[in-house]
Design a protein around this ligand. Sequence first.
Ligand code: ATP
Ligand code: MG
Length: 240
Amino acid sequence: MEFKDVSFSYEDNQAVLKDIYLTIQGGQTVTFIGRTGVGKSTLLKLVLGLLPADHGSITLNGIDVSTIAHSAQRQLYGSVDQNFPLIKGTLKQQITLNDPAISDEMVISALSKVGLSKLCTQVSQGLDALIPQELSLSEGQKQLVAIARAIATDPPILILDEISSGLDSVSDARIKDTIAKVSQDKIVLSVTHRLSSISDEETVVILQEGVVKNSGLAKDLKESDPWFKKAITLEKLLHQ
Ligand code: ATP
Ligand code: MG
């Protein structure tokens, strides 16, 4: 995946992202960090082709993401939005989005990977339980269902926007573990505010005022980037 000189603005002359260059290899996990409102979610939306770049391009093996058909996108990307939206329908439909190619076995496997196997047996309707009428989900469970939806088809690219924000530390650790297991050869682009959950071997991209301020392995940036170092120290102090 290649970002070449990407710029984007929602409103005229107010660039949210500027001059972004990045090259991401298959199998690489990249975590975007930076202050609230810096443009992290916007950048992921550009990758998903939901927003068009004003300038420059994002390509996958040379193909511009903005030209990829909607039908191909679901096979290519598994994405978890920052808001974890659920659809009207059953537990199964939350995962399949009505794609007949996704079997019950794939749905059950995805739910089990995120630690939600119990949901299928909790009510008599099982996978056909209507949400929220027959089966209600907590905010954290909704988040896990959204993750199950993203990994159900085993897509080569995972795009995860703040997936651990509402999870307790046990669920968060399980999800990290699951994502690591299912993403061996995948590109994983994620956004997090929980800096302590970033592992040393992950590539981190620090966004500041719309530009890539720094990037590199987390273990190196912890030493060399003053902002990252300070933000991690502050986070540790706050959670002591
Ligand atoms: P957070 O950490 O809070 O999720 P973020 O880094 O994901 O923040 P974005 O959601 O990408 O930030 O927003 C970047 C900037 O673009 C912000 O200034 C925001 O107000 C603005 N913005 C976001 N969505 C829109 C929109 N639909 N229309 C206009 N401006 C927007
Ligand atoms: Mg965001």
